[in-house]
Design a protein around this ligand. Structure first.
Ligand code: CA
Length: 215
């Protein structure tokens, strides 16, 4: 989560530091092509109009076409993890940002996710995280799905994790999560089990916080 936010505040700064001409052009683009585009978002997100404008400038700066495809998303994301392979985790993140599942992240998708991750309630944040782990979007998290996400995080961290632990540790993580979260022991975690477990056990919440730091 921190990284996503960091990226965009950085981009916003870059825009601000550029020559006035470029900034004028961006303003013009916004004024010409998105005159009322930001207003519905003001109602739908927890951002002010000013914040949305700054985020929009950052987004347009990085993605002049106004949408990010998966390949570009992976390239941007991988810059932050030069010692590992972030492509699998970026793929799962992309699918979660791409709420309409049409293969591209538009500004609306991006800012809705940011609003949830930065300013949503705990429940909203947990719902978002659940959605990330629920890879096939069938409403529950299987052991296989959780293992895939945890492994993707380990791959992304690269050389900072011991290769020998790569297989064993993610599996142990997943077993420990399931022990606590799969309340009715049916082999999958539902949204309600997920939220209940996180709210009643600080350790799980803490573990999820660790995962959140790489979002
Ligand atoms: Ca699932």
């Amino acid at each position: 989560m921190g990284l996503v936010v960091g990226t965009f505040s950085m981009q916003t700064k870059q825009v601000n530091y550029r020559k006035d001409k470029v900034e004028d052009e961006l303003e013009m683009t916004m004024v010409c092509h998105r005159p009322e585009g930001l207003e519905p978002l003001e109602a739908q997100t927890n951002f002010t109009k000013r914040e949305l404008q700054a985020l929009y400038r950052g987004f347009k700066n990085e993605c002049p076409s106004g949408a990010v495809n998966e390949e570009t998303f992976k390239q941007i994301y991988s810059k932050f993890f030069p010692h590992g392979d972030a492509s699998t985790y970026a793929h799962y993140l992309f699918n979660t940002f791409d709420s309409t599942q049409n293969g591209s992240i538009k500004f609306e998708d991006f800012v809705m996710a940011l609003s949830t991750l930065l300013r949503g309630s705990i429940r909203e944040k947990l719902e978002w995280t659940f959605n990330l782990y629920d890879i096939n979007k069938d409403g529950c998290i299987s052991k296989e799905e959780m293992t895939n996400i945890v492994k993707a995080i380990y791959d992304m961290m690269g050389k900072y994790t011991y290769p020998a632990l790569k297989v064993e540790v993610p599996r142990q993580h997943v077993e420990a999560f399931f022990q606590k979260m799969d309340k009715n022991k049916d082999g999958v975690i539902t949204l309600e089990e997920f939220i209940l477990s996180c709210q009643e056990d600080e350790n799980i919440m803490h573990s999820l916080q660790l995962f959140e730091n790489v979002m």
